[in-house]
Write a protein that binds this ligand. Structure first.
Ligand SMILES: Cc1cn([C@@H]2O[C@H](COP(=O)(O)OP(=O)(O)OP(=O)(O)O)[C@@H](O)[C@H]2O)c(=O)[nH]c1=O
Length: 606
């Protein structure tokens, strides 16, 4: 029986579907997946308004559903499953998120909102890989979402009520089931049908392929899909763990055969992924340049605009601007119609200089500093460090201290940190339960983005942000307004020299990787000395996976650390050892999103 190669990969793993939805069970078993069903007890109760987008809400709910099952199964029997799948389907219309109706009246209210209009259905999916070691549960979470746009016909009130009385709406998001009677309400859809039914199977398979087949193989998989004779080779390769490099086999054979006449089937796979990699720096630089020229800011105020108008407003050449804008369209940053260019959703969300989740600062840092540092990669690799040209690096110490680069560079660094911290703060603050603490001190807390999130999540908690005086001096312009702001205060100081503010929870987020082992030891022993018995230390770092295939973001950062500082990302095992060495025990670990791991350790009461 035909089976998608990644589904076959899961055949010998213990897979659990954390969902009671009969539709999800059916879709996945039709796809040939073998799994157990353990419905989640997580109630859909997250605060919708705290998410920047509806899909962020659906993804988080999916993740919490799966984590609930992971925790319960781990506690109950120690044979923790290998993989847990959670999903959440929501319907969104006019800024509202609709879930399952609570009663018939609610169903009527939902259906009359959808009547005659277009809405979106989002399914968020979390795939959790579980690892249990010494009775401890570690998880790695991958997540994604899919959107399908659905158009409803204009229906009479009688018909809606008749549909409601059929009973079908009650266990379905938005109050309808497209796969059954509800199909009669739907005029058209744009996107994946199964996504509306409750599970985006196609995207799920792609995500698994991304996880199970190493990045370099992307081009190969694509070719195989539309070339039947090649499937054979693919199947063979897919049986091998870590087949990434083995795939080179096809290419090696290709080299030997070069010059002979080839049939289409015997051509080596088209290296799409590799070509994208080769051109990657051009794409980055195009993005950086458009940001620097404030193209996205302009288009947020006035759009659509033609290239000539954009050029005159940002004072650039018409020809060059047109080229740059088209590249941005190809990269998904802009949209283009006959009336001109406008921002894509991605740009509107992340690329405006004053957006809530702006990555402008981080882009600026990469453009101004990291870019220059990477031009010396070859000599740095030869020498093993960047001693020769330190001035260019965005070395944390250098950028933050007064003697080194000026105020602008420091602010640039702070903006970058602020943008990244805002993106991850929710995950870091909620990855583990911190409700037993009443005072926290965020060491190197910079603009206070995480501190404010902690204050919001834990209303009993007061948070002190401790950072260098040169940093604290500039924090004012980053402060939010709102009721929780009183919980957060700022104290200037150097965590290597000055005494640390008292707190029962110390927090280090993205700090340890800046420093070499010797300094990390010094810092941890100072924290351990200030930490009261029963107190805790929360560490969030970019996860450097033990499995090199899953570790791409961490490894890349590690390389840029080599260039820019003497630190480097540490693996989870290493972080855990470090904490234990400094007298912290009861180490709990959570992997959040795709990039961070969060570790909470306790100083035992003696
Ligand atoms: C729009 C639409 C939705 N659904 C069902 O709506 C439920 C959504 O609710 P959920 O909270 O995501 O899932 P659940 O059913 O409560 O299960 P669980 O995963 O255990 O939370 C899922 O069932 C879906 O199939 C359909 O069957 N057809 C449709 O056209």
């Amino acid at each position: 029986r035909m089976m998608y190669p990644v589904i076959r990969k899961l055949q010998h793993k213990r897979v659990v579907l954390a969902s009671a939805s009969p539709r999800r069970q059916e879709i996945l078993s039709q796809a040939g997946l073998r799994f157990e069903v353990v419905p989640s007890r997580f109630k859909e109760k997250l605060n919708k308004s705290s998410f920047p987008t509806p899909h962020a809400y659906a993804i988080e709910t999916a993740k919490q559903k799966a984590l609930d099952v992971a925790r319960r199964m781990h506690q109950k029997d120690l044979r923790t499953p290998d993989i847990i799948i959670g999903a959440d389907t929501i319907v969104t219309i006019e800024g509202l998120i609709l879930e399952k109706p609570v009663d018939k009246q609610d169903a009527y209210w939902m259906l009359s909102r959808l009547n005659g209009k277009e809405h979106s259905v989002f399914t968020g999916v979390a795939i959790i890989h579980c690892f249990s070691q010494d009775g401890q549960l570690d998880v790695e979470i991958s997540q994604f979402y899919e959107e399908t746009v659905v158009m409803f016909s204009q229906l009479s009130e009688e018909l809606l009520w008749e549909y409601i009385h059929s009973g079908e709406p009650m266990d379905k998001a938005g109050g309808y089931g497209i796969q059954a009677l509800g199909g009669m309400l739907v005029e058209s859809i744009h996107g994946d049908f199964l996504n509306v039914v409750g599970f985006p199977l196609n995207h799920f398979c792609k995500k698994l392929a991304e996880l199970y087949f190493p990045p370099g193989a992307v081009g190969l998989q694509r070719v195989k899909h539309d070339s039947i004779p090649a499937v054979d080779t693919f199947e063979n390769l897919s049986e091998e763990e870590g087949a990434g490099l083995d795939r080179g086999g096809a290419q090696a054979r290709g080299t030997q055969d070069a010059g002979h006449d080839r049939t289409a089937e015997s051509l080596p796979p088209f290296p799409t992924g590799l070509l994208e990699l080769i051109a990657g720096f051009q794409a980055s630089k195009a993005l950086f340049t458009a940001c620097k020229l404030k193209v996205f800011d302009l288009l947020q105020h006035e759009a659509p605009l033609q290239a000539v108008d954009i050029a005159s407003k940002i004072d650039t050449s018409e020809h060059g601007t047109g080229r740059l804008l088209d590249v941005c369209v190809a990269l998904g940053l802009l949209e283009k119609t006959e009336r001109g260019y406008s921002n894509s959703d991605l740009a509107a969300l992340y690329l405006l200089s004053d957006g809530e989740f702006s990555l402008h600062g981080f882009i600026e840092l990469n453009d101004e500093h990291t870019w220059a540092a990477f031009t010396h990669l070859e000599s740095d690799v030869r020498e093993g460090s960047s001693r020769g040209h330190r001035a260019v690096g965005d070395e944390a110490e250098g950028l933050l201290q007064d003697s080194c680069p000026g105020r602008d560079a420091r602010l640039c660094f702070m903006r970058a940190k602020h943008g990244l911290a805002k993106l991850t703060a929710h995950q870091v603050a909620t990855a583990l339960d911190l409700s037993r603490f009443t005072s926290a001190c965020h060491l190197g807390g910079c603009t206070g983005a995480l501190a404010h999130k902690l204050a919001r999540e834990y209303p009993r908690l007061t948070v002190t942000v401790f950072d260098l005086p040169e940093v604290i001096e500039h924090v004012t312009c980053f402060q939010p307004s709102g009721p929780q702001t009183e919980q957060v205060s700022f104290v200037p100081g150097d965590f290597f020299k000055d005494s640390l503010p008292e707190a029962d929870l110390y927090v280090l987020s993205g700090i340890l990787h800046d420093w070499p082992d010797e300094k990390v030891h010094r810092l941890l022993s100072r924290i351990s000395g200030s930490c009261k018995p029963g107190g805790g230390l929360l560490v969030a770092e970019v996860a450097l996976d033990e499995d090199p295939r899953a570790a791409r973001p961490g490894l890349l950062r590690s390389l840029s650390r080599l260039l820019q500082t003497q630190g480097g990302e540490r693996s989870l095992t290493k972080s855990r050892q470090l904490l234990q060495l400094h007298g912290f025990t009861d180490v709990q670990v959570a992997r959040t999103g795709d990039v961070l791991h969060v570790v909470l350790a306790t100083r035992p009461a003696t």
